[in-house]
Design a protein around this ligand. Structure first.
Ligand code: HEM
Length: 415
C-alpha cells in the first residue's frame, strides 16, 4: 500500500497531484468516505463510473443545495454563490445558461477563430526575440485573458485586473497571491471579489446606456421571467465568466507543455505533423492536465453509488483527475498518447447540465497557442521546475521559466 496523501492538505498539491493516492482509492474503494478537518466529511468519487453518474443526475446530486466547493460555506456566502449558474440546479440553471450560451456556441467560436489565431501570434511575438520568458504569465495566461476580455466587453487595457482578481480569489490559500497580509484567505478572496463587483457594476451601467455586441450587454438587457437581472446577479455572472474562462485554460496550457517536456517522443511526433495531430493531442493534454480537480455536489435523496449507501444530506466530491486515469475506461491511462482514441475525458465535466460552457472556446484557444509555440519555438525547454499553486481545487501552475532560440516577430506590434 503506498503512503496515502491527505487530500485536504493543500501542501500536498504544491508538490504535485497525488496520483498514487487517487489510484489506490480508485482501485480499492472508488466511493470513499473522506474525513475533513473542521468539516463534516464527504464521499470522494474516484472512478469514472461514479463521477459521470453523479455529474449526469442533477436531481439527486445538487449543485445548488450546498454549492460546488467541498468546504461548507457561511449562509450569506452560500446565498450569494447560488446566484452563479454554476451553483444552480435545473430548471433555474437552464434559464440562466440560455442567456449567455449563444456567445459560446460552436458557430460563434468559429467566427472568433481568426482573431484568436492573430492574438496568439502577437503573444509569441512579445517574447520571441528574448529567448526566455515565464511560460505561465507571458504565454499561457495571455490568450484566455485577451479573449474573455473581448467576449465580455472589458477593454484590453483592463485585462490584467481580471488576471489579478481571479488569482487572488482562486489562489487565496497560496502565499504568493495573498496581497492582503494579515487577512485570512476567505477574507482576502472576498476583498478581491468586491473590487471585481465594483468594476462589473460600472461596466454594466455603461452598457445599459450604450449596448454593444458583448456578453455584458446581453446580460444587462436580458430578462428572466419578465424581470431584468439584479445588480448582484450581473456581478456574479461577470465573476463566473472572468474566472472560469482564464484560470482553467492558462493551467491546461502549462500542463500540456509540461507533458510534452516529459514525453519528448510524443512531442517530436506532434511537431512533425502539427496540422494532422494537434486536435487529438489537445484532447490528450486535457485528459492529462485537468485544471479543475474536483467539484462538489450535495445528495438530495438516499442513493446507492458504487455499492455505498449514501444518505440524503451528505456531500460528494467528483475527482475529475482521478476519473481520467481510470484503467477501466482508458487503456494504459498513465501513458501520454497524443493519438489516443477514443478519449472521452471528464475534464470539462461528465456530460451533465453544467458541462463546461467554454469547452469550444478553450479548444480554439489551445489550438491557436500551441500551433504558435510549437512551430515558432520548437526547442522551447524549461530552465527550472514549475511553481505549483497551493490548492486542492485548481490544479494550478504559477510560474514555469523557459528558454528557446530567439526568432523574429511576424505579427506586427504586440498589444
Ligand atoms: C481547459 C479549460 C477549461 C476547463 C478544464 C474547464 C472546466 C470546467 C468544468 C469541470 C466545469 C463544470 C462542469 C460540470 O459541473 O459538469 C466548467 C463549467 C463552466 N465553464 Fe469551463 N473550463 C475551461 C474553460 C472555460 C472557458 C474558456 C470558459 C469561458 C468563459 C468557461 C466557462 C465555464 C462556465 C460558464 C461554466 C459553468 C457552466 C454551467 O454551470 O452551466 N470554461 N468548466
Amino acid at each position: 500500500m503506498p503512503e496515502l496523501a491527505d487530500l485536504n492538505d493543500l501542501d500536498v498539491f504544491v508538490e504535485g497531484v497525488p496520483h498514487d493516492t487517487f489510484t489506490y482509492w480508485r482501485e480499492h474503494d472508488p466511493v470513499h468516505w473522506t474525513e475533513e478537518p473542521g468539516g463534516r466529511g464527504y464521499w470522494s468519487l474516484f472512478d469514472y463510473e461514479s463521477v459521470t453518474a453523479a455529474n449526469r443526475d442533477a436531481s439527486t446530486f445538487s449543485s445548488e443545495e450546498g454549492g460546488t466547493l467541498i468546504r461548507d460555506l457561511e449562509p450569506d456566502q452560500l446565498e450569494m454563490n447560488r446566484m452563479i449558474m454554476l451553483n444552480m440546479d435545473p430548471p433555474k440553471h437552464t434559464r440562466y445558461r440560455l442567456l449567455v450560451s449563444k456567445g459560446f456556441s460552436p458557430k460563434h467560436i468559429r467566427a472568433l477563430e481568426a482573431a484568436i489565431d492573430e492574438q496568439a501570434t502577437k503573444i509569441v511575438d512579445a517574447v520571441i526575440e528574448r529567448g526566455e520568458c515565464d511560460f505561465v504569465t507571458e504565454l499561457a495566461a495571455e490568450l484566455p485573458l485577451q479573449v474573455i476580455a473581448d467576449i465580455m466587453g472589458v477593454p484590453q487595457a483592463d485585462r490584467h485586473l481580471l488576471f489579478e482578481w481571479s488569482n487572488r480569489m482562486v489562489g487565496a490559500d497560496d502565499p504568493e497571491y495573498q496581497t492582503d497580509t494579515g487577512t485570512d484567505p476567505a477574507e482576502a478572496a472576498g476583498n478581491a471579489q468586491m473590487e471585481l463587483f465594483a468594476y462589473a457594476s460600472a461596466l454594466a451601467q455603461d452598457r445599459l446606456a450604450n449596448p454593444q455586441d458583448d456578453v455584458i450587454s446581453s446580460i444587462v438587457h436580458a430578462e428572466i421571467d419578465g424581470d431584468r437581472l439584479t445588480e448582484m446577479e450581473v456581478n456574479v455572472f461577470f465573476l463566473l465568466l472572468a474566472v472560469a474562462g482564464n484560470e482553467t485554460t492558462r493551467n491546461l496550457t502549462a500542463h500540456g507543455m509540461q507533458a510534452l517536456f516529459d514525453h519528448p517522443g510524443e512531442r517530436a511526433k506532434l511537431q512533425a505533423d502539427l496540422d494532422g495531430r494537434l486536435a487529438p493531442a489537445i484532447e490528450e493534454m486535457l485528459r492529462w492536465g485537468v485544471p479543475v480537480l474536483n467539484f462538489r455536489r450535495s445528495v438530495m435523496k438516499d442513493v446507492v453509488l458504487g455499492g455505498k449507501e449514501i444518505p440524503a444530506g451528505d456531500k460528494v466530491a467528483l475527482w475529475y483527475m482521478s476519473a481520467n486515469r481510470d484503467a477501466k475506461v482508458f487503456a494504459d491511462p498513465f501513458t501520454f498518447d497524443i493519438g489516443r482514441s477514443p478519449n472521452d475525458h471528464v475534464t470539462f465535466g461528465g456530460r451533465g447540465p453544467h458541462f463546461c460552457l467554454g469547452a469550444n472556446l478553450a479548444r480554439a484557444e489551445l489550438r491557436a497557442i500551441f500551433r504558435e509555440i510549437l512551430s515558432r519555438m520548437p526547442d522551447l525547454q524549461p530552465t527550472a521546475p514549475p511553481a505549483r499553486l497551493r490548492s486542492n481545487f485548481i490544479n494550478g501552475v504559477k510560474h514555469m521559466p523557459v528558454e528557446f532560440t530567439p526568432g523574429p516577430r511576424v505579427g506586427g506590434v504586440a498589444t
